[in-house]
Design a protein around this ligand. Structure first.
Ligand code: GLN
Length: 446
């Protein structure tokens, strides 16, 4: 299986460009070891998969698709990498992504542009665009991504996949290159709901190496799969269908919601009044955290160092000037500004207050409902090169996914159907640590 997978990727990836790096020898060695052991009790044993390029793999180059980390080989595994290895998973290579997970189209990658699996002129979404394209094109049955403001769910939506952003604290962030530590979560992208639950089973759980990981028993996320959804109380926020949401997306998602209703769920309109402030609050909080997290890339500790520096100051300056791309620099500047003494109260503090209001919006709805349903993204995939020059439009594309990260909730994107030949994503948002209910409803729909 691994040999065939590698051969297929070699044949298809020159076109698709989903992988930044293959780990062929290591994958074959792992597959052989799993075969020799002969224990296939874990559903992931011997199954090939792809991992996003911001998740550390011991001894194997991991770069976050940034030039500044070229050549960097971590000396440890991320906790999810260890868990996958223990489960017998075969990691075939690193999936392309936006540089340091900053972007929504995988176009900010230093290395290459990945294509949408359904239309090679369109973006695959991002930042986990390589992971999504690889799974949707059939190169691997599953991949891991990371989601800070939508980076698992949006590419899942753009490629017709199932993508889970678990509850904050559910999956260890140890070994995930930090973007915004209070928002980041790792999660699976798959073609089916059941596969997704099985992968989440394998990667979840308390980890003392991540201080925000939650000490809570991990249920079998597949336990409710197959149960009917009669009587389930579903909330549909009116703000999720307002201006900016394309007709194609709205029509498709409304039809999908009608199907849930036909299966016996109760569907009510609700309001999440602070939704419109989410993007602004997120881009301040995320940039602030990211600017601080990215300080470690100094040309001394990891990867790339500018070759011509003549002083320590120049090592820092030239390395960061040459090593970071434009989008990363934009966020470092925005974050450093928001955290500066003169701007802190007006920007960072205000954004933190808005975050609380958004959390309260969700709490109110979840007092009466089991889950929230709406579109994952305002539009369907756009053309490669079409939006990359217009960061503000790109940022607004995250309006429906960002609030979920700000509130730390689980969010699952599934395919609501195709419109005009391209997929439309539907987002299911759950109560904290209630991923199992999201899978139950998603499976009923699938
Ligand atoms: N598109 C969003 C951003 O650019 C989300 C990124 C992410 O979730 N990593 O910040």
């Amino acid at each position: 299986l691994t040999k065939e997978t590698l051969a297929n990727i070699q044949a298809t990836d020159e076109d698709l460009q989903a992988f930044v790096r293959m780990h062929e020898d290591e994958a074959l060695a792992k597959a052989r070891a799993v075969d020799e052991k002969g224990d296939f009790s874990n559903p992931l044993a011997g199954i090939p998969m792809a991992i996003k390029d911001n998740i550390a793999t011991n001894g194997l180059e991991t770069t976050g698709a940034s030039h500044i980390l070229s050549g960097f080989k971590p000396v440890y595994d991320a906790t999810v990498t260890t868990k996958l290895n223990d489960a017998g998973a075969v990691i075939v290579g690193k999936a392309n992504m936006d540089e340091f997970a900053m972007g929504g189209s995988t176009e900010t990658s230093y290395y290459k542009k990945t294509k949408n699996a359904w239309d090679h002129t369109k973006v695959p979404g991002g930042s986990s665009g390589g992971s999504a394209a690889a799974v949707a094109a059939g190169q691997v049955p599953y991949a891991l991504g990371s989601d800070t403001g939508g980076s698992i769910r949006q590419p899942a939506a753009f490629n017709g996949l199932v993508g889970m952003k678990p509850t904050y604290g559910r999956v260890s962030r140890f070994g995930l290159f930090a973007m915004a530590s209070s928002l980041d979560q790792i999660g699976p992208l798959t073609r089916t709901v059941k596969d997704n639950a099985l992968v989440l089973n394998a990667i979840s759980g308390f980890d003392k190496k991540d201080s925000t990981s939650v000490e809570l028993e991990v249920p079998d996320f597949a336990e409710k799969i197959g149960q009917d959804i009669k009587g389930m109380k579903i909330a549909v926020p009116e703000e999720y269908f307002q201006e900016g949401i394309s007709d194609e997306v709205a029509t498709q998602v409304k039809a999908a919601i009608a199907q849930l209703e036909a299966m016996g769920a109760t569907v009510d309109k609700v309001s999440l009044p602070h939704t419109q402030y989410g993007v602004a609050a997120y881009y301040i909080l995320m940039s602030s955290e990211a600017s601080s997290n990215l300080q470690r890339y100094d040309g001394i500790r990891y990867g790339f160092r500018a070759p011509d520096a003549k002083s320590l100051e120049e090592v820092y300056k030239n390395t960061r000037t040459e090593g970071f791309g434009d989008e990363v620099k934009r966020r470092i500047m925005l974050g450093t500004f928001s955290l500066s003494a003169g701007a802190y109260d007006a920007f960072f503090k205000k954004a933190a207050q808005i975050r609380t209001l958004i959390i309260e919006d969700f709490n109110k709805v979840f007092a009466d409902y089991d889950l929230i349903v709406g579109p994952t993204t305002p539009t369907q995939p756009y053309g490669i090169g079409e939006e990359i020059g217009d960061p503000k439009t790109m940022y607004l594309g995250d309006v429906l996914t960002i609030p979920v990260n700000l509130a730390g909730l689980p969010g699952l994107s599934i395919n609501a159907g195709f419109n005009g030949g391209m997929p439309v994503g539907m987002q299911l948002i759950g109560k904290p640590f209630d991923e199992a209910t999201l899978y139950q409803v998603a499976y009923a729909f699938e």
